[in-house]
Ligand binder design. Sequence first.
Ligand SMILES: [Zn+2]
Length: 405
Amino acid sequence: MPKAVVGRIIQLQRHFLLGKKGDNGGNLIAWDTIQKPRNQGGLGAGDISLKNVALLFKWWWRLADDQKPLWKDVIKSNHEFKHLGDFQERKKQSRTSIWGQITDFGTFNKEIQEIANIGIRVKVGNWACTSFWLDKWIGDTSLRILFPRLFGLSKQKDDLIMDMGEWERGVWRWEFKWRRKLFAWEEDLLMELLLAVNQSPLRLNTSDVRAWSGGKFGLFSVSNFALQVNKQLEIASSPPHQGILAWRNAAPPRAQLHMWFILHGKLNTKVRLYRFGVKGIDDDRCVLCKEEPESIEHLFFGCKISSSLWYSCCERWNISMCLPNQPKACLLSWLGAPFRDHEKRIWTTMFYVISWSIWDIHNKVAFQNFNPIWEIEKKRLFCRLESWMKGRGQVPWRQEIRLLR
Ligand SMILES: [Zn+2]
């Protein structure tokens, strides 16, 4: 996929999720965060350019497997592609056709090449498809890396294993060709090399098979490849994230997304709107208590009005809890309550019910002059909980909820 097309698709995704520039005075969440997988704190939208690489690699993988249809021969001969293990050795050429790009592994960036290198394994059978120097057919490293000196001297850098010797009265004899006569210490290296290669016996009735070390049963899949790339790119760049917290519960997706925004500290509270000078916002006071600045921490957990919802709920469940101000700490402490199994599911979902209800009431007060009667709102929490649990097919719930009321 050309870069321009990738850029256009990402632009369409951004417009769909975040709106066009200028629609709402800035995006709440960075696009990079939205692209990350959910277990890394993202929204799991994925990176289309990465998907593109993974799809290209799938074709490379199909070229490299042990099947031998005619189309492979045509592609190989058209693109002067002698052996599939030689991607690192190929000189960089200008390749514009799609097959040119796929067969020229150099077009993938360094990280992708590294992941591909780590992922590809060869189980040798009849030696007919495996490169002696370039494939990893003994252990985790290619012989090119293990014996760089001998590789440098070899005149058979691209050869398959089966082309590196011949049968003589039923016994295999290696025929190595060197650029010059080996020195004595290089002969020692050769002995080591022979010891290594003789560990992997020839099996005439079995084909050489390429396996993908990250996949189930060695099978390659685009999603697994993308996952490996993502992992690799994420390792150094981000601290461990409890992003998964937002998703494992019975709340409907809109409430989970709402919690995801809270956990990221991104919600259009008055503090944020006031800071950006949004029209019609004359102060940053909380719309519920009208006393303190309306940050996420205050609105959901610190406000003397809204916090009554949390504590009345704790009271009914007979739990004594002092909720921290930070959303993540608060959720973790809520999840630490001594419930098990189904009760735990109900209790967890209640956290989402309360935060969603606070935001709902906040919006109605801010935009519809709503005057909440808090005793009724507390009862409404349970109706909402009941309907959410019902919506997710979480039965039997009725008895537990009734007991806890
Ligand atoms: Zn308040």
